[in-house]
Design a protein around this ligand. Structure first.
Ligand code: TEU
Length: 533
């Protein structure tokens, strides 16, 4: 059989690991993580077996939205370190053969950014239209009905200059005006600044938000809205997001990244498949390499549901598009909190065997579950503004528990958010020494993925299976694997492969056993398929 091309770029084979800098490792005893802390933990990241680190924002920030409110795009927040510390971190990353992606936040800056100070100073300011200012509606009040993602009107009144400014998120995060060429040029310079320093790419925050419809028409009302949903969902964000002009800018980002050689752009985009796929761009004018795919987060942990999700997503990809999968983030509930410890092992196997680049969120590799945050310790502005909806993001942002020492080896003092209550036993050191731990499973799956082209860059096809069972084949050249995952609590039949016969067990979520044609509850298997004789 003809071997396929294997000279594909690293980001297709690779696994991305998201680090939330506030909660990875504190090195200076202030209870908040920092760059030197991350540097000190790089051996852990390298031996985990991932390929790239995506760092949530580390730029100077008043932290109204914990770094997603950037006050200087070309600096480092003093709480995290300085540019020298950043350069040391980047050198340490590269020395271990890893890549580093920064988090680029183009839709909005902090209201403390000097650009905004200048913009709001007067209507005649040279940077007035670097942000989005509008007069009140004819009868008074906000210019249109748009709602902030964090609740309330997306418009904030500025009494001094008698206009409203737009903010898709907090009022401390004014939206930038990407229709303004000078702003665009300044932001391109920001990307160049970090690319010149040697970063390997960017995750781009809320990329589909960056341009708004001309004339700012009202958004349509969402007739399916119910009060258990966030206020944002009262409206369909038709005119405030996903505008054609944003695709052109996304293509410009790509052209710039490509001019630096092999760099990668990951776009944060929440949209249905058909609109989502457009962010790949065209072969002639590509956009982001990886439009983040959050469907494992957004959908129920159910074999039939996931089967449809996977098939629909695969079918939606353009021929030049490469898939990707995300199971956790600093915004989403923890996967282990959603589905429990036993199924978190099955989820690990799914994430690392699907076709496409996986993104693993720090702490998910040790199965941190729900961490209830006492009311007085809630920090997430989204939660504080819309309490009672259970949308708090703090519970996914708690510090990494490294070992059994005080404060779990994360810090010398009480951390900014509480640790997971089970940290004395659920920590990196304890799981490193335990052959049956989730961390050990992650490490072995990452090793397997690296060794098997079929898993990293191979082809993919779903296989028919019993209720509760999700099964698929992966193959590359002559190597063919069957992945069979039991998402339920009943023993089920092991699905029959479409090709060949079942051979050796390459990985299992459960202790080794002799195969008997069944899949135990919570069992996931990666099996080699052999030529049928
Ligand atoms: O998130 C964008 C986003 O869409 C989130 O608001 C998401 O809908 C929500 O968190 C789901 O619970 C990005 C960042 O990841 C997030 O941390 C920032 O708060 C936000 O952008 C604003 O920059």
């Amino acid at each position: 059989m003809q071997r396929q091309r294997t000279d594909c770029p690293w980001w297709q084979r690779g696994v991305i690991y998201q680090i939330y800098p506030r909660s990875f490792q504190d090195s200076n005893g202030d209870g908040v993580g920092d760059l030197a802390g991350i540097e000190a933990r790089l051996d852990y990241v390298a031996t985990l077996g991932v390929d790239a680190i995506w760092l949530s924002p580390v730029f100077p920030s008043p932290m109204a939205d914990f770094g997603y409110d950037v006050a200087d795009y070309c600096g480092i927040e003093p709480m995290f370190g300085d540019l020298a510390a950043f350069d040391r971190l980047l050198a340490g990353v590269h020395a271990r053969g890893l890549k580093l992606l920064l988090d680029f936040v183009p839709n909005h800056s902090s209201d403390q950014h000097p650009w905004f100070a200048e913009s709001r100073a007067s209507r005649d300011s040279a940077k007035r239209d670097w942000y989005i200012w509008r007069d009140p509606a004819p009868g008074g009040g906000p210019p249109n009905n748009w709602i902030s993602d964090f609740g309330g009107s997306a418009w904030e009144w500025d009494a001094a200059t008698g206009q409203y400014y737009l903010h898709a998120f907090l009022k401390e995060q004014p939206d930038l005006n990407w229709r303004k060429p000078a702003l665009r040029a300044a932001m391109m310079d920001v990307l160049r600044f970090w690319l010149d320093r040697g970063v390997d790419g960017f995750r781009i925050d809320v990329l589909w938000h960056i341009v708004k419809a001309e004339g700012f028409p009202d958004n349509p009302v969402n007739v399916d809205w119910t009060p258990d949903r966030t206020e944002r969902d009262r409206l369909i964000q038709r005119h405030s997001t996903d505008q054609p002009e944003a695709h052109a800018i996304s293509a410009d980002f790509r052209a710039l990244a490509d001019s630096y050689g092999e760099r990668v752009l990951v776009g944060e985009i929440f949209l249905p498949n058909d609109r989502h796929a457009r962010w790949f761009g065209t072969p002639e004018r590509p956009q982001v390499h990886l439009p983040f795919n959050f469907q494992l987060i957004e959908n129920r942990w159910n074999a039939a549901v996931l089967r449809r999700v996977i098939a629909d997503y695969e079918a939606s990809l353009p021929t030049h598009g490469w898939p990707n999968w995300v199971f956790g983030s600093h915004d989403a509930p923890r996967i282990a909190a959603r589905i429990g410890d036993a199924q978190a092992r099955v989820a690990a196997m799914l994430l690392l065997t699907l076709r496409g680049t996986p993104t693993l969120y720090q702490g998910d590799e040790i199965g941190i579950g729900d961490v209830p945050i006492p009311p007085e310790r809630v920090r997430d502005p989204q939660d504080l503004r819309q309490p009672g909806l259970g949308i708090g993001r703090d519970r996914s942002r708690t510090p990494m528990p490294w070992d059994g020492s005080p404060f779990a080896g994360f810090s010398a003092v009480e951390p900014w958010l509480p640790l997971n209550a089970d940290w004395p036993t659920r920590n990196v050191a304890a799981q490193s020494d335990d052959p049956d731990s989730l961390l050990t499973l992650y490490r072995s799956l990452l090793t397997l993925r690296r060794a098997q082209d079929a898993l990293s860059i191979g082809k993919f096809a779903l296989v028919d299976a019993d209720e509760d069972v999700l099964a698929f084949e992966r193959w590359h050249g002559d190597d063919r694997l069957l992945v069979a995952l039991n998402l339920g609590t009943q023993r089920r039949r092991l699905p029959l492969p479409a090709h060949g016969a079942i051979g050796a067990v390459l990985a299992s979520t459960l202790p080794p056993r002799v195969l008997d044609g069944s899949l135990a509850p919570d069992e996931g298997l990666v099996l080699r398929l052999e030529e049928a004789r």
